[in-house]
Design a protein around this ligand. Structure first.
Ligand code: PEP
Ligand code: MN
Length: 330
């Protein structure tokens, strides 16, 4: 349950209600959103509405009935052709921002597989902010991604921007809904009717609640094979491409049974920041990371500035294994 506290409520009153709930056995977390105080109370209670400091009570269980951990306490493990995401391991999905040529995608696929990736990424239909930027090589890109899958055995993920393109994605194992489409509800509804694995990325201005509601759209259509992805959000901070919301990983792992991965590449925007953000995601309990890797970042047609090399990727995989081990032992 979520209690929205009336604006202007004195601090002592909020503390006293929060203490009272805690004494009654509820786990209470306190947040601030846009200057509004919010109490998140685990468990069902009619008590909240009785406090005069509470303006509104939201039953999150009701709103997120399919993705919520409340009714599904066990974490969902997604199995993509033997690759497990959500089973306690830290899975790496890697590859270029965009498929550019056969040689490029096969070279990168081999390199990331050798370094420890369990899935291959590669964009073909790219929703770019500017209409003048490289838009991906479309259908041909998906054919080349298939060739790389055949060559390496790595299952693949690629972004879909419009349901009318679904026929091209037959051999793609997981469909990515990008940040720009997280609230394209028609697309989400249509994907809910498919039996494809879906990687749902957080929109850059979306809250965790909104991300979960978007997952509900897919699940309500009958497809529960959904993985969530934190990829950085837009804040006042502009020293990195986005602000990597590492707390969302811990919050999501608490709120939903769905696997949660991170995309440190789009959060960082710069290759040298990608490894530290990957480590943060791993330590925070994410089920994996999707990382942009390129064999020739300087000449990449898209997002080369944030692409790490296969060697850097190999080191990220190695260090993350140690982090995950330390966290699980602790
Ligand atoms: C991508 O994964 O290449 C991409 C465009 O990501 P996002 O939708 O998170 O910006
Ligand atoms: Mn990219």
């Amino acid at each position: 349950m979520i209690a929205i506290i009336r604006k202007g409520t004195e601090e002592e009153k909020i503390i006293s209600v929060s203490d009272m709930l805690a004494e009654s056995g509820f786990t209470v977390n306190r947040f601030k959103n846009d200057g509004t105080d919010i109490l998140s109370v685990e468990g069902e209670t009619d008590m909240l509405a009785c406090f005069d400091i509470v303006e509104k009570v939201i039953d999150v269980r009701e709103r997120c009935r399919l993705s919520s951990r409340a009714d599904h306490p066990d974490s969902t493990v997604i199995d993509i052709g033997g690759v497990k995401i959500g089973d306690g391991s830290f899975a790496f999905i890697a590859g270029p921002c965009s498929v550019e040529s056969e040689e490029q995608i096969i070279t990168i696929a081999r390199a990331v597989k050798n370094a420890g990736a369990v899935m291959l990424r590669g964009g073909a239909f790219k929703p770019r902010t500017s209409p003048y930027s490289f838009q991906g090589i479309g259908e041909q890109g998906l054919k080349l991604l298939s060739a790389a899958k055949k060559e390496t055995g790595l299952p693949t993920v690629s972004e879909i921007t419009d349901i009318s393109l679904i026929e091209y994605y037959e051999d793609v194992d997981m469909l990515q809904v990008g940040a720009r489409n997280m609230q394209n509800f028609e697309l989400l509804r249509e994907l809910g009717k498919t039996d494809k694995y879906i990687l749902l990325k957080r929109g850059f201005s979306a809250t965790v609640d909104e991300l979960l509601m978007s997952a509900e759209y897919i699940m309500a259509g009958g497809n529960s094979k959904v993985i969530l992805c934190e990829r950085g959000i837009r804040t006042f901070e502009n020293s990195a491409r986005n602000t990597f919301d590492v707390s969302s990983i811990a919050v999501l792992k608490n709120r939903t049974h769905l696997p949660v991965i991170a995309d440190p590449s789009h959060a960082a925007g710069l290759a040298s920041f990608v490894r530290p953000l990957t480590f943060a995601a791993c330590a925070a309990g994410a089920d994996g990371a999707m990382i942009e890797v390129h064999n020739d970042p300087v000449h990449a047609l898209c997002d080369g500035i944030q692409a790490i090399t296969p060697e850097e990727f190999e080191s990220a995989v190695r260090v993350s294994a140690n982090i995950r081990k330390a966290v699980s032992e602790g």
